[in-house]
Structure formats: C-alpha cells, structure tokens
Design a protein around this ligand. Structure first.
Ligand code: APR
Length: 313
C-alpha cells in the first residue's frame, strides 16, 4: 500500500507542496482547507495531471479530517498572512489558534503521524503543534532551514558560477532576521567558501539570505514565497517517507543540544522513517554560538508571549 501524506492548507504553499508530492508518486495525498471547494478543486485538477506527469498516486481534497485518517506525515501550512493594521502579536495569536485547532484534528485522526509545521511564525507554531499534540519531539518538526539554506546556496551559486548541487551549507537558528548562516561549514566542491568569496561580499550574501523572504514579498506584493518553501517541505517528506536519513536543517525541539533546552531552533537533523532520528551537533565559532543564542532568545520571546496569552484566556 502507498504511504499517505496530508497537507493542511490549500493556499499557495499547501497546494504547491501537494503538487510536488503527488508528482513524486510515492504517497497518496489529502489536501485539507476550511474553504469549501478549494481543496477539492485543486486536488481534482492535480489528479487530472496524473496521466501526463506519470503519477498513479491518488489526491483528494476535503474540508474535514475523516479522509486524512492514518496519515504517515501531515504537513501544516494553514494560517493567515499579516494584514495591514495587524500587529505581529495579532498574527501570532490568530495562527496559534489555527494551528492548535488543526493539530487537535490531526492527532485524533492520525495519532502515529509525523507533523511538519510550515506556518509562520515558524518556531512559535512548532511549539503550539508540539504542546497540542503531546507527540514526542521526534514527530513534530519545522521547515525553515532547508528553505533558508536553499536561498543561501542559490546566491552563492550565482556568485561563483558553480552548480547549486556542489554547494553545501547550513543555516541555523530561528526562521527570521536572526537566522545564522554558518559560513565556516559552507563549502563549494569541498573548498571553504571563505577562501573563494571576499568577506565583504560574503556578508552581503548572508544579509540577502536573511532578507530572502522579504525580497519575495516585496516583489509579489500580495503574498509570500511558496515555490522554494514547498520544495523544502518535499525534501523533508522524501527523507521521512523513503527513510533516506538525510541530514537537513530543521526546526527541532532541543533538549540540551547546542546548550539550549525546551525550545524549537533550527539545527541540522537526521530525518528518517521515525521522524527526527538525530540532532547533529556542529562545533560553532564563538561568534556563531553568540548569534545562535540571540536567535534562540527571539524564539523564546514569542513563546513567552504565547504562554502568557494562553494563561490569560
Ligand atoms: N484549517 C485549514 N485551512 C485553513 C485554516 C484552518 N483552520 N485556516 C486557514 N486555512 C487556509 C486558508 O483558507 C488558506 O487557503 O490556509 C491557507 C493559507 O494559504 P495562503 O493564504 O495562500 O498562505 P500561504 O502562502 O500558503 O502560506 C501559508 O506558510 O510559509 C508560510 O508564512 C506562510 O504562514 C504562512 C503559511
């Protein structure tokens, strides 16, 4: 029997993720959204591409969770984007409620699933999914690092005119302004990038990576990135469903690794059939360690705001 993946949220990120997974053909896909007809219409459209793209998988859309039962992996992309006049905290509280509601349904119908969280603010939403689900940390993982790293590799590839595939890089920390691109571990065909790109130019590339999400929003004006984010999610799903044991930068609930505890932070993680299989510990320079600490503090701040709100409600 084929594996089963549910994608919650049939917007830009969710639908593109569903498309990428459907086209891989290794899993049946269920696309869920609250808007009536939206997931059904997109799923049917994708299904009808099957004969051309060569996928025999099934894909269906739904407004409830019955058909998601016993999913192996559930990708959560549901949420709203920040609207004019809305504070970051307003967005935080709205998406917090959405993720809590969705997670409760996921747990009810797919108690053994592995959850991949994509909704922003990412690290905070991972906390909501972990706390609501009661799942072990191995089964609640956030997507951010694969995307941030892909952006970094893309910019380096353009700079050096080298294949993107031959650039190895890690971006750690929270998914935001405080992310930490690890220049020391970034290599091009095995050569450290610092030997190839002058420091001032490298700093510019790092900054462009940090601002990568904003650059796309400024161009699109009506939404945020979805092609690269969905590619990142699909790479994580591949590693889990196909038990590839890839080492990918993901948001993981740290339990002492990197000197951090009870906090979701982006770190290199081995993903396989049981979800998180190992946190890979890299030795950081003092400067990188300080940046990671700052990044973790920014995540902690959001988590504290959420816990306060929860206690007040
Ligand atoms: N259950 C299911 N779907 C929901 C719910 C809910 N409770 N609440 C909202 N949705 C759906 C919306 O109906 C919409 O179709 O989530 C979808 C979100 O889609 P978009 O607005 O297109 O947003 P998208 O660009 O896909 O981004 C989704 O991913 O990368 C992050 O920052 C991004 O947090 C955002 C998320």
């Amino acid at each position: 029997m084929r594996k089963k993946v549910t994608v919650v949220g049939a917007g830009q990120v969710g639908a593109t993720t569903a498309q990428r997974l459907f086209e891989r053909g290794y899993a049946d896909v269920v696309l869920v959204d609250i808007v009536e007809g939206l997931p059904q219409g997109k799923a049917l459209d994708m299904l009808e591409s099957g004969p051309v793209v060569g996928s025999d998988a099934s894909i269906i859309g739904a407004n409830s969770y019955d058909q998601t039962a016993s999913s192996d992996v559930v990708v959560i992309t549901s949420g709203i984007a920040r609207r004019p006049g809305m504070s970051r905290d307003d967005l935080l509280f709205t998406n917090m409620n959405i993720i809590a509601g969705v997670t409760a349904q996921v747990v009810k119908h797919s108690p053994d699933s592995i959850i991949i969280v994509v909704t922003n603010p990412l690290d905070a939403m991972c906390h909501v999914a972990l706390e609501t689900s009661g799942f072990p940390r191995e089964r609640v993982i956030g997507q951010s690092g694969v995307l941030d790293t892909a952006r970094f590799r893309t910019f380096l590839s353009s700079e050096l005119k080298v294949s993107k595939r031959d650039i190895q890089a890690y971006v750690l920390g929270g998914h935001g302004d405080t992310m930490v691109p690890l220049v020391g571990y970034t290599t091009v065909g095995g050569v450290p990038v610092a030997n190839l790109v002058p420091k001032a130019r490298l700093d510019q590339i790092v900054q462009r990576t940090r601002d990568g999400g904003g650059e796309i929003v400024n161009l699109l004006k009506t939404g945020s990135a979805y092609y690269a984010p969905s590619a990142g999610v699909a790479e994580m799903v591949d590693s889990i469903i196909l038990d590839q044991k890839r080492v990918l930068p993901c948001a993981i609930y740290l339990q002492g690794e990197y000197g951090l505890r009870d906090l979701f932070v982006g770190v290199p993680a081995k993903l396989g059939a049981s979800g998180l299989e190992q946190v890979v510990q890299l030795k950081l320079s003092d400067e990188e360690a300080a940046m990671l600490k700052k990044s973790a503090a920014a995540v902690q701040e959001l988590v504290d705001v959420m816990h306060k709100k929860k206690a007040a409600d």
